[in-house]
Design a protein around this ligand. Structure first.
Ligand SMILES: NC(=O)c1ccc[n+]([C@@H]2O[C@H](COP(=O)([O-])OP(=O)(O)OC[C@H]3O[C@@H](n4cnc5c(N)ncnc54)[C@H](O)[C@@H]3O)[C@@H](O)[C@H]2O)c1
Length: 388
């Protein structure tokens, strides 16, 4: 095999953008083999390849070697399991599933096939050179042991028109959550990729705080890691202007990433050692200011597509193996669980319990007869909507 024929299921905002990039030849050795969407109007947007009404028909067609899943979230699990069982390589959009138990089911379908089938997730922000640099500094021990992490990521502003534009959006039944399940999977993935998983967290969530929706559009979470380090994660789709500010404090200094700049204020002597050894009551360690260069935001979606293709054809290691996607889902689930129960949540969470509570929310919405009215939004340049 010297090229990969990929099928895309779901030709909405994201799937159509992927299709355009592949059809334009932007990804070396990747071809669009077919497409599938339950909506014939969406399917008609890609007349260059054979279209199918269902993922199952496309999978059985023999026209594709790999499947890119860009449907609403719950279908990631069912379509992903079917595709893996059909022997296809799979690239799944974020989040890999809605909740931990579904992640486990999806990941289990890949078990035993690791050597034969590539299974990746579209965590395109892992290609961002700023985040790669911060992670490399942490892993190299430049910051010393991490003591505190604060990430305010509120530049995900979304309007009422956005939420009204899709029946599945911002509902427990259609999407399984709000900002934590739609916009923040990227940030929660980066968070665990850089800092690992906390052992306990608490969260305050605003459900429909800024929009007429039933799910969360505002979150403030606090957490603790196994070494005693603490973290704060704040996000919202209702705040403008938004912020993306990541502050990491380690024994060897403080790193701040904001507005495309990484500034590292390095302690000459690690802060704990300085505190224990100085005889002066109000002294602080001497510091150096270090400006850390990063050459832009990386190749994003197309880089993940290329890496997926290279993994299939050459065995190149994946930037974002799909099984790692369980961590961002678990963080989102734990934050919702804490907000629902008003209590701190230990990780790993009980996936079955979370699934039951989520289903109870879906049932409650149905009982109250909540039905979203869909209003077509004004046309947009979708690529400009990506957060950073
Ligand atoms: N990586 C990113 O930067 C990024 C950005 C936006 C969206 N996404 C993800 O992409 C996915 C889709 O989001 P979107 O904004 O494109 O949604 P969308 O509503 O615009 O598109 C979803 C499409 O899937 C189709 N569909 C629904 N169920 C289907 C099924 N069972 N079989 C076949 N087709 C089906 C719909 O008809 C629609 O065309 C979500 O997982 C979302 O989180 C990722």
């Amino acid at each position: 095999m010297n090229k990969v024929r990929i099928g895309i299921v779901g030709l909405g905002n994201m799937g159509y953008a992927h299709a355009q990039n592949i059809l334009a030849g932007k990804i070396n050795r990747l071809e669009l083999g077919a497409a599938a969407d339950v909506n014939p109007d969406k399917l008609a947007r890609v007349p260059q390849v054979k279209g199918f009404k269902s993922a199952a028909d496309m999978m059985a067609s023999g026209l594709i070697d790999a499947l890119l899943i860009a449907t609403p979230h719950y279908d990631h699990t069912t379509i992903g399991i079917a595709a893996l069982k059909a022997g296809l390589h799979v690239l799944v959009e974020k989040p890999i599933s809605v909740h931990r138990a579904d992640c486990e089911r999806l990941i289990a379908a890949h078990r035993g096939r690791e050597g034969r089938q590539v299974f990746a997730a579209m965590f395109n922000q892992r290609t961002d050179l700023f985040y790669q640099k911060i992670r490399a500094l942490i892993q190299a021990g430049e910051l010393g042991e991490i003591r505190r992490v604060n990430w305010t990521i509120t530049n995900w502003f979304r309007t009422h028109a956005y939420y009204a534009s899709g029946g599945w959006r911002a509902t427990w039944e259609g999407e399984g959550g709000g900002v934590l399940l739609n916009q923040c999977p990227h940030n929660l993935d980066l968070f665990q990729w850089m800092f690992g998983m906390p052992v306990v967290l608490s969260a305050e969530c605003g459900f429909g705080r800024y929009h007429d929706i039933e799910v969360e559009d505002d979150v403030t979470a606090t957490m603790r890691f196994a070494n005693g380090a603490t973290g704060v994660f704040i996000t919202s789709t209702g705040e403008a202007p938004g912020t993306n500010r990541l502050e990491v404090v380690g024994e060897r200094g403080k790193l701040v990433y904001e507005q495309d700049r990484i500034v590292f204020t390095r302690n000459e002597v690690p802060m704990g050692e300085f505190s224990r050894t100085t005889k002066h009551s109000f002294a602080t360690p001497a510091t150096w200011d270090v400006s850390i260069p990063a050459a832009g935001h990386g190749g994003q979606h197309n880089e993940i597509l290329l890496n997926f293709t290279d993994a299939i054809l050459d065995g190149t290691p994946l930037i974002a193996p799909a099984p790692e996607g369980i961590h961002s889902v678990e963080l989102a689930n734990a934050m919702l669980l804490s907000a629902w129960t008003g209590k701190p949540v230990s990780l790993p969470i009980d996936g079955r319990k979370y699934e039951r509570l989520l289903k109870a929310r879906i049932a409650e919405s149905a009982r109250l007869g909540k039905k979203k009215k869909v209003v077509v939004a004004a046309p947009v340049d979708f690529a400009k909507s990506f957060g950073r």
